[in-house]
Write a protein that binds this ligand. Structure first.
Ligand SMILES: CC(C)(COP(=O)(O)OP(=O)(O)OC[C@H]1O[C@@H](n2cnc3c(N)ncnc32)[C@H](O)[C@@H]1OP(=O)(O)O)[C@@H](O)C(=O)NCCC(=O)NCCS
Length: 155
């Protein structure tokens, strides 16, 4: 795997509704090459339980590089609805760092598990999530539901 330069500055920011409105175009641009899901501002801003307490944005050297949209599914489950690392930032380890940050945020918000859906044909995505400790829980409509236990990482 390639590595991030040691002087790269990564910031993991809470993605609030006002930040999503302010950076909407740059966030949606990260999703531009997604062949399976087109996203508009409407999807980005759609309301879900605790979405604006759980979602995050990654800035690389001051520029949006990745985003993760999450919500509280009930029953102690945080669901990751959408997870994208921008094309030119993939394969550098940012996705792994970011997924861990999202899980930590969910655990600090009192949630016990994280789930996500991935297309059964997205082999790279499935390999990535497995490596990060996610297991396949069920399969339906061309997707796997994957999940893992999340826990607070003490500072
Ligand atoms: C899947 C994804 C979030 C991983 O983020 P990342 O920062 O590239 O991940 P890391 O650098 O921490 O790990 C790299 C691993 O991610 C996976 N991966 C999937 N697609 C990839 C891509 N286009 N480029 C690089 N790695 C990719 C591979 O398993 C890769 O490991 P490998 O080198 O052994 O094949 C990111 O590649 C992405 O946004 N892909 C497009 C959208 C998507 O598939 N989202 C997930 C399903 S909702």
């Amino acid at each position: 795997m390639k590595m991030l330069d040691l002087d790269t500055r990564l910031e993991f920011l809470p993605l609030t509704e006002s930040l999503a409105r302010a950076c909407g175009a740059a966030i949606l641009a990260l999703n531009a090459d997604s062949e399976w899901e087109t996203w508009t501002e409407k999807e980005l801003l759609a309301d879900f339980p605790r979405k604006w307490d759980l979602s995050m944005l990654v800035m690389r050297d001051g520029v949006p590089a990745a985003f993760g949209i999450c919500s509280d599914k009930g029953g102690g489950v945080m669901h990751l609805h959408h997870f994208i690392v921008g094309r030119q930032n993939r394969g550098l380890g940012i996705g792994a760092l970011f997924l861990a940050r999202l899980a930590d945020r969910g655990a600090r918000a009192g949630l016990a598990r994280m789930t996500l859906k991935v297309h059964t044909f997205n082999e790279g995505g499935i390999r990535f999530y497995r490596r990060e400790g996610y297991e396949i829980l069920e399969q339906s409509n061309g997707y796997y539901l994957m999940g893992r236990t999340i826990a607070v990482v003490e500072d």
